[in-house]
Ligand binder design. Structure first.
Ligand code: MF3
Ligand code: CO
Length: 284
Protein backbone atom coordinates (compact mmCIF):
# COMPACT_ATOMS: atom_id res chain seq x y z
CA UNK A 1 0.00 0.00 0.00
CA UNK A 2 1.21 3.49 -0.79
CA UNK A 3 1.71 5.84 2.09
CA UNK A 4 -0.38 8.96 1.84
CA UNK A 5 1.82 11.82 2.90
CA UNK A 6 0.18 14.08 5.45
CA UNK A 7 0.05 17.56 4.10
CA UNK A 8 1.28 16.45 0.71
CA UNK A 9 -1.62 17.42 -1.49
CA UNK A 10 -4.98 19.05 -1.57
CA UNK A 11 -7.99 16.87 -1.00
CA UNK A 12 -11.64 17.93 -0.99
CA UNK A 13 -12.20 17.09 2.69
CA UNK A 14 -12.38 20.70 3.85
CA UNK A 15 -13.71 22.31 0.77
CA UNK A 16 -16.76 22.59 -1.40
CA UNK A 17 -16.29 21.19 -4.91
CA UNK A 18 -16.24 24.77 -6.14
CA UNK A 19 -13.25 25.80 -4.03
CA UNK A 20 -11.44 22.56 -4.72
CA UNK A 21 -11.85 23.19 -8.45
CA UNK A 22 -10.44 26.67 -8.08
CA UNK A 23 -7.42 25.34 -6.21
CA UNK A 24 -6.75 22.74 -8.89
CA UNK A 25 -7.09 25.39 -11.59
CA UNK A 26 -4.51 27.64 -9.92
CA UNK A 27 -2.26 24.66 -9.28
CA UNK A 28 -2.28 23.78 -13.00
CA UNK A 29 -1.52 27.39 -13.87
CA UNK A 30 1.64 27.03 -11.76
CA UNK A 31 0.70 29.27 -8.83
CA UNK A 32 2.56 28.69 -5.60
CA UNK A 33 0.17 27.08 -3.09
CA UNK A 34 0.82 26.57 0.64
CA UNK A 35 1.13 23.03 2.04
CA UNK A 36 -2.17 21.22 2.61
CA UNK A 37 -1.87 21.14 6.40
CA UNK A 38 -2.16 24.93 6.69
CA UNK A 39 -5.83 24.70 5.69
CA UNK A 40 -7.85 24.10 8.85
CA UNK A 41 -10.81 21.79 9.38
CA UNK A 42 -13.95 23.32 10.97
CA UNK A 43 -13.10 21.48 14.20
CA UNK A 44 -9.59 22.95 14.27
CA UNK A 45 -10.98 26.42 13.60
CA UNK A 46 -13.24 26.10 16.62
CA UNK A 47 -10.32 25.10 18.84
CA UNK A 48 -8.14 27.93 17.53
CA UNK A 49 -10.97 30.42 18.05
CA UNK A 50 -11.32 29.41 21.72
CA UNK A 51 -7.57 29.71 22.28
CA UNK A 52 -7.64 33.15 20.63
CA UNK A 53 -10.36 34.32 23.05
CA UNK A 54 -8.13 33.53 26.05
CA UNK A 55 -5.21 35.26 24.33
CA UNK A 56 -7.29 38.43 23.91
CA UNK A 57 -8.31 38.18 27.58
CA UNK A 58 -4.65 38.05 28.60
CA UNK A 59 -3.83 41.18 26.61
CA UNK A 60 -6.89 42.96 28.03
CA UNK A 61 -5.62 42.07 31.51
CA UNK A 62 -2.19 43.53 30.67
CA UNK A 63 -3.85 46.67 29.25
CA UNK A 64 -5.83 47.15 32.46
CA UNK A 65 -2.77 46.84 34.70
CA UNK A 66 0.27 48.16 32.84
CA UNK A 67 1.68 51.35 34.36
CA UNK A 68 4.77 53.47 34.90
CA UNK A 69 7.08 52.10 37.61
CA UNK A 70 6.10 48.48 37.02
CA UNK A 71 8.73 45.89 36.13
CA UNK A 72 8.38 43.72 33.05
CA UNK A 73 8.58 40.72 35.42
CA UNK A 74 5.26 41.92 36.88
CA UNK A 75 3.74 41.81 33.38
CA UNK A 76 5.09 38.27 33.05
CA UNK A 77 3.40 37.28 36.32
CA UNK A 78 0.06 38.80 35.21
CA UNK A 79 0.24 36.81 31.96
CA UNK A 80 1.22 33.56 33.68
CA UNK A 81 -1.48 33.82 36.36
CA UNK A 82 -4.30 34.88 34.02
CA UNK A 83 -3.47 32.20 31.46
CA UNK A 84 -3.33 29.37 33.99
CA UNK A 85 -6.51 30.58 35.71
CA UNK A 86 -8.25 30.12 32.35
CA UNK A 87 -7.01 26.56 31.85
CA UNK A 88 -4.41 27.50 29.27
CA UNK A 89 -0.60 27.57 28.97
CA UNK A 90 1.58 30.52 27.92
CA UNK A 91 3.13 29.33 24.64
CA UNK A 92 6.47 31.18 25.06
CA UNK A 93 7.32 29.47 28.39
CA UNK A 94 10.16 27.01 27.63
CA UNK A 95 9.57 27.43 23.88
CA UNK A 96 13.01 26.67 22.43
CA UNK A 97 14.39 27.59 25.84
CA UNK A 98 12.60 30.94 26.23
CA UNK A 99 12.55 31.47 30.02
CA UNK A 100 9.35 33.51 30.52
CA UNK A 101 5.62 33.53 29.63
CA UNK A 102 5.53 36.66 27.47
CA UNK A 103 7.80 38.88 25.38
CA UNK A 104 8.17 42.50 26.51
CA UNK A 105 10.07 44.73 24.11
CA UNK A 106 10.81 48.35 25.07
CA UNK A 107 11.90 51.18 22.72
CA UNK A 108 14.89 49.97 20.62
CA UNK A 109 14.06 46.34 21.42
CA UNK A 110 12.32 45.05 18.28
CA UNK A 111 10.90 41.83 19.74
CA UNK A 112 11.55 38.79 21.99
CA UNK A 113 12.52 40.92 24.99
CA UNK A 114 12.71 38.81 28.18
CA UNK A 115 10.80 40.17 31.19
CA UNK A 116 12.99 41.07 34.14
CA UNK A 117 12.63 42.38 37.68
CA UNK A 118 15.38 44.86 36.89
CA UNK A 119 13.54 46.38 33.93
CA UNK A 120 11.15 49.15 35.02
CA UNK A 121 8.66 50.93 32.75
CA UNK A 122 9.45 54.65 32.59
CA UNK A 123 7.50 57.62 31.32
CA UNK A 124 8.19 58.00 27.58
CA UNK A 125 8.67 54.26 26.95
CA UNK A 126 6.90 52.49 24.12
CA UNK A 127 6.53 48.80 24.92
CA UNK A 128 5.32 45.82 22.95
CA UNK A 129 3.67 43.01 24.90
CA UNK A 130 3.51 39.84 22.80
CA UNK A 131 1.17 37.15 24.16
CA UNK A 132 0.75 33.61 22.85
CA UNK A 133 -1.52 30.95 24.30
CA UNK A 134 -2.04 27.19 24.10
CA UNK A 135 -5.57 25.99 24.91
CA UNK A 136 -6.42 22.30 24.43
CA UNK A 137 -3.41 22.06 22.12
CA UNK A 138 -4.46 25.00 19.92
CA UNK A 139 -2.19 28.04 19.57
CA UNK A 140 -2.97 31.75 19.35
CA UNK A 141 -0.76 34.83 19.13
CA UNK A 142 -1.12 38.64 19.30
CA UNK A 143 0.72 41.72 20.48
CA UNK A 144 -0.06 45.33 21.27
CA UNK A 145 1.94 48.47 21.93
CA UNK A 146 1.55 50.44 25.15
CA UNK A 147 2.69 54.03 25.61
CA UNK A 148 3.86 54.84 29.15
CA UNK A 149 3.37 58.37 30.49
CA UNK A 150 4.50 61.19 28.20
CA UNK A 151 5.67 59.75 24.89
CA UNK A 152 7.52 61.94 22.36
CA UNK A 153 5.44 62.82 19.28
CA UNK A 154 7.88 61.01 16.94
CA UNK A 155 7.56 57.80 18.94
CA UNK A 156 3.78 58.16 19.12
CA UNK A 157 3.71 58.48 15.36
CA UNK A 158 5.81 55.33 15.03
CA UNK A 159 3.34 53.40 17.20
CA UNK A 160 0.34 54.73 15.27
CA UNK A 161 1.76 54.18 11.78
CA UNK A 162 2.75 50.62 12.78
CA UNK A 163 -0.86 49.97 13.82
CA UNK A 164 -2.02 51.30 10.46
CA UNK A 165 0.51 49.01 8.74
CA UNK A 166 -1.11 46.04 10.46
CA UNK A 167 -4.61 47.19 9.45
CA UNK A 168 -3.55 47.75 5.84
CA UNK A 169 -1.90 44.32 5.80
CA UNK A 170 -5.08 42.73 7.14
CA UNK A 171 -7.13 44.41 4.40
CA UNK A 172 -4.80 42.90 1.78
CA UNK A 173 -5.04 39.38 3.24
CA UNK A 174 -7.92 38.16 1.07
CA UNK A 175 -8.69 34.67 -0.25
CA UNK A 176 -7.00 34.08 -3.64
CA UNK A 177 -4.71 37.09 -3.12
CA UNK A 178 -0.97 36.56 -2.67
CA UNK A 179 1.20 36.89 0.43
CA UNK A 180 3.30 39.43 -1.49
CA UNK A 181 0.22 41.67 -1.64
CA UNK A 182 0.22 41.83 2.17
CA UNK A 183 3.93 42.62 2.41
CA UNK A 184 3.79 45.24 -0.36
CA UNK A 185 0.88 47.09 1.26
CA UNK A 186 2.64 47.22 4.64
CA UNK A 187 5.99 48.27 3.17
CA UNK A 188 4.44 51.05 1.14
CA UNK A 189 2.70 52.59 4.13
CA UNK A 190 5.76 52.34 6.42
CA UNK A 191 8.18 53.83 3.89
CA UNK A 192 5.76 56.57 2.84
CA UNK A 193 5.96 57.72 6.46
CA UNK A 194 9.76 57.64 6.57
CA UNK A 195 10.06 54.38 8.51
CA UNK A 196 11.53 50.99 7.57
CA UNK A 197 10.27 47.41 7.73
CA UNK A 198 12.31 44.81 9.62
CA UNK A 199 13.34 42.10 7.14
CA UNK A 200 14.70 39.39 9.41
CA UNK A 201 11.48 38.44 11.23
CA UNK A 202 8.06 37.67 9.82
CA UNK A 203 4.48 36.65 10.55
CA UNK A 204 3.61 32.96 10.40
CA UNK A 205 0.98 30.28 10.23
CA UNK A 206 -0.29 29.50 13.73
CA UNK A 207 -2.97 27.25 15.24
CA UNK A 208 -1.85 23.63 15.34
CA UNK A 209 1.69 24.70 16.18
CA UNK A 210 3.21 27.96 17.39
CA UNK A 211 5.06 28.67 14.15
CA UNK A 212 3.94 26.98 10.94
CA UNK A 213 4.12 27.76 7.24
CA UNK A 214 3.71 30.10 5.56
CA UNK A 215 6.17 32.86 6.41
CA UNK A 216 4.28 36.14 6.18
CA UNK A 217 6.79 38.82 5.25
CA UNK A 218 5.97 42.47 5.88
CA UNK A 219 7.66 43.69 2.72
CA UNK A 220 7.56 42.46 -0.85
CA UNK A 221 5.95 42.81 -4.24
CA UNK A 222 2.32 42.63 -5.18
CA UNK A 223 1.34 39.51 -7.14
CA UNK A 224 4.20 37.40 -5.75
CA UNK A 225 4.47 34.70 -3.10
CA UNK A 226 2.18 31.93 -2.00
CA UNK A 227 -1.56 32.11 -2.66
CA UNK A 228 -3.82 32.84 0.32
CA UNK A 229 -6.51 30.16 0.72
CA UNK A 230 -9.74 30.01 2.73
CA UNK A 231 -9.17 28.09 5.97
CA UNK A 232 -5.66 29.38 6.61
CA UNK A 233 -4.85 30.90 10.01
CA UNK A 234 -1.76 33.11 10.26
CA UNK A 235 -0.40 36.20 11.96
CA UNK A 236 0.50 39.56 10.52
CA UNK A 237 2.94 41.31 12.87
CA UNK A 238 4.90 44.13 11.26
CA UNK A 239 7.98 45.39 13.10
CA UNK A 240 8.57 48.96 11.95
CA UNK A 241 11.76 50.89 12.73
CA UNK A 242 12.20 54.64 13.11
CA UNK A 243 15.63 54.36 11.43
CA UNK A 244 17.23 51.58 9.41
CA UNK A 245 15.73 48.10 9.24
CA UNK A 246 18.87 46.29 10.41
CA UNK A 247 18.60 44.33 13.66
CA UNK A 248 20.81 42.07 15.78
CA UNK A 249 20.31 39.50 18.54
CA UNK A 250 21.76 40.21 21.99
CA UNK A 251 24.39 37.49 22.39
CA UNK A 252 24.17 37.61 26.18
CA UNK A 253 20.64 36.13 26.24
CA UNK A 254 20.30 34.75 22.70
CA UNK A 255 16.76 36.19 22.35
CA UNK A 256 16.44 39.97 22.55
CA UNK A 257 16.28 41.51 19.07
CA UNK A 258 17.46 45.15 18.90
CA UNK A 259 17.76 47.81 16.23
CA UNK A 260 21.31 48.25 14.96
CA UNK A 261 21.12 52.04 15.13
CA UNK A 262 19.52 52.13 18.59
CA UNK A 263 16.43 53.97 17.32
CA UNK A 264 12.99 52.80 18.46
CA UNK A 265 10.90 50.05 16.88
CA UNK A 266 7.18 49.25 17.16
CA UNK A 267 5.08 46.15 16.50
CA UNK A 268 1.40 45.17 16.45
CA UNK A 269 0.23 41.62 15.81
CA UNK A 270 -3.08 39.97 15.08
CA UNK A 271 -4.07 36.51 13.98
CA UNK A 272 -6.43 35.99 11.03
CA UNK A 273 -8.67 33.29 9.69
CA UNK A 274 -9.06 33.52 5.92
CA UNK A 275 -12.67 32.87 4.95
CA UNK A 276 -14.29 32.30 1.56
CA UNK A 277 -15.24 35.96 1.33
CA UNK A 278 -12.54 37.82 3.30
CA UNK A 279 -10.97 37.39 6.69
CA UNK A 280 -11.89 37.20 10.34
CA UNK A 281 -9.63 38.70 13.00
CA UNK A 282 -9.17 36.08 15.75
CA UNK A 283 -6.96 37.91 18.25
CA UNK A 284 -7.03 41.49 19.43
N1 MF3 B 1 5.13 35.62 20.02
C1 MF3 B 1 6.20 35.66 19.06
C2 MF3 B 1 5.56 35.72 17.69
O1 MF3 B 1 4.80 36.59 17.47
C3 MF3 B 1 7.11 34.50 19.24
C4 MF3 B 1 7.85 34.55 20.48
S1 MF3 B 1 8.84 33.17 20.62
C5 MF3 B 1 9.33 33.31 22.21
O2 MF3 B 1 5.76 34.91 16.84
F1 MF3 B 1 9.91 32.19 22.51
F2 MF3 B 1 10.16 34.36 22.29
F3 MF3 B 1 8.33 33.50 22.99
CO1 CO C 1 3.62 35.75 16.01
Amino acid sequence: MKKILKGGRFTPENYSAEIEEKIQKYRKLGYKLPPRRVVRTPEQIEGIRESAKINTGVLDCVAANIREGMSTAEIDKLVYDFTLAHGAIPAPLNYEGFPKSVCTSINEVVCHGIPSEKEILRSGDIVNVDVSTILNGYFSDASRMFMIGDVKPDNKKLVEITKECLEIGIAAAQPWARLGDVGAAIQEHAEKNGFSVVRDLCGHGVGIEFHEPPNVEHFGRKGTGSMILPGMTFTIEPMINMGAYDVYIDQSDGWTVLTDDGLPSAQWEKMLLITETGNEILTY
